[in-house]
Design a protein around this ligand. Structure first.
Ligand code: NDP
Length: 248
């Protein structure tokens, strides 16, 4: 599916919405977090690095409602850290209106035969298992919103496998499966679940995957703001279980 061509976000289209963005310290997540705030959202900025989160908080404060920081290392966090984060959100906001699963790692571009086993497990954990755990913890708070959106980030290798994309590709297949199962379970509730493939975008991850590519030939994270505002905001109410693609 594509975002309707006639969708033009109003300046306050995210007003009164509390949205958690994972992997907000760099790349697509950082830009989307900034724009959600500019459009009126209270953004919960997730990352693992305290200094990066501080600088992001400073950058975003003043653009919109006061943002908050949610520090959690998705590779290492244990149950009590997820519980602590959930309790903090509950105490401060009482609900959650949006959850953008954006954080991710590329892993290695290598054949399965040589793929490092520990790295495989880390990639699957960060890209897939951590998204499941976070979703499971936050579902009660999402249920308290009258209009909540869970958005998973997939990839061009999340529906058809391609050589040397290893754990990254397999994790994105898993993400799409998780989104479909969840969307089906939450049908007829106020929580919608969709996937979005941002497509080739000028970030650190893309540069690691394609080191010889000229980044200037790629769209910037800023070019993705419209679909994220559509999918996380009230405009996509009622749409669930879908996979969206970026369209220029
Ligand atoms: P980046 O590598 O630029 O950013 C990834 C983000 O995830 C960073 O904020 C990073 O934090 C965070 N992250 C990684 N590991 C952890 C962890 N263990 N705990 C907490 N946070 C972590 O990637 P992009 O912006 O390019 O990608 C964003 C999403 O879009 C990903 O899901 C990716 O798969 C997807 N995507 C990207 C495409 C592209 O062309 N760029 C194409 C298709 C999909 P830190 O700074 O601490 O490392």
């Amino acid at each position: 599916m594509n975002v309707p061509r006639n969708f033009m976000p109003e300046p306050d289209c995210m007003a009164d919405r509390v949205v958690l963005v994972t992997g907000a310290t760099r790349g697509i997540g950082r830009t989307v977090a900034r724009d959600l705030a500019k459009h009126g959202a209270t953004v919960l900025l997730h990352g693992r690095n305290a200094a990066a989160l501080d600088s992001l908080h400073e950058e975003i404060s003043g653009l919109g409602p006061e943002p908050a920081v949610a520090q959690l290392d998705l590779e290492r966090a244990q149950g009590d850290e997820y519980r602590h984060l959930t309790e903090q959100i509950e105490e401060r906001y009482g609900r959650l209106d949006g959850l953008l699963h954006n954080a991710g790692v590329l892993g290695d571009r290598s054949p399965i035969e040589h793929y490092d086993i520990a790295l495989w497990q880390r990639v699957i954990h960060v890209n897939l298992n951590a998204g499941f755990i976070l979703t499971r913890c936050l579902l009660p708070l999402l249920g308290r919103s009258g209009d909540a959106s869970i958005l998973f980030t997939t990839s061009g290798v999340g529906q058809r496998g391609r050589a040397y994309w290893g754990a990254y590709s397999v994790s994105k297949f898993g993400v799409e499966g998780l989104a479909q199962v969840l969307a089906d379970e939450l049908e007829n509730t106020s929580v919608r679940v969709n996937c979005f493939n941002p497509g080739a975008t000028r970030t650190g991850m893309r540069a690691s995957a394609y080191p010889a590519e000229d980044p200037a030939t790629l769209k910037r994270p800023e070019d993705l703001v419209r679909p994220y505002l559509f999918l996380l905001g009230p405009a996509s109410r009622g749409i669930t279980g879908q996979r969206f693609e970026f369209q220029a």
